[in-house]
Design a protein around this ligand. Sequence first.
Ligand code: CP
Length: 307
Amino acid sequence: MKLARKDILGIKELSVEEINLILDTAESFVEISTREIKKVPTLRGKTVVNLFFEASTRTRTSFEIAGKRLSADTINISASTSSVVKGETLLDTARNIEAMSPDVIVIRHRAAGAPHMLARMVKQSIINAGDGAHEHPTQALLDMMTIRMKKGKIAGLKVAIVGDIAHSRVARSNIYGLTKMGARVAVAGPATMLPRQVGEMGVDVYRRLEEAIEGADIIMMLRVQTEREHQNIFPSLREYARYFCLNGKNIKLAREDVLVMHPGPINRGVEIASDIADSTSSVILEQVANGVAVRMAILYLLTGGES
Ligand code: CP
């Protein structure tokens, strides 16, 4: 089976069959990262440009590693060291990159819709590596892959997503993906962090963390986005932690075999207690490892590969 689309812009537009195709392909790529020589010639001669207008550790590094493990030439461009600082527009930057004939452009941008605009304007495949508070599709795919590998399924599981739902592209992409795949999704956060129409996304909405995580198979904690949020969303980090930090006491409300997830970077002691982040329930680093396989699968499928 082939992925019959030019770009990966969001989970909202992916079908269940396309999500399963990406997850199946990603699982088949996991083994490559365990080899002594972690490289296959699959994408030899292809060029991948990582164009990051926002900070990133996991996404940018794993796209670079994914490309290199498939033998693609990967080039990283950060806004801070590019001609963006001289005032070049996003479109001019993209058109100049396009002129150098890469095959895939991976873009992270603070503006929601930036990857969608590029996808219309340039002929290369565009992968959304996070656009503002809109979507982070590859994060949701690696999260779904982690759940599927650890639990053997997604359908029927209760997944609690806790924190700043309103400003989180990770939450939005996961809500689209998990509900499509048949999970029961519960969200919780302070009123200022819950979008008004979130209930229409097919999730159960709670104001208290304890209500959302009760009986949960998966708890996904969201990062408090200190770089985006204004002081008036919550009184203080201490106050936030008092009500919305996952800790050794409240986690007992979830199932005994609960998996704790977090997209990273984590604020220890704010949204997640340090001992929970490092506990045997935590799959945070497995999410990161699966991120390489998911990005390998997407690069492979977008450049014409078959499952
Ligand atoms: N999860 C995630 O997007 O992490 P980075 O911001 O480090 O890429």
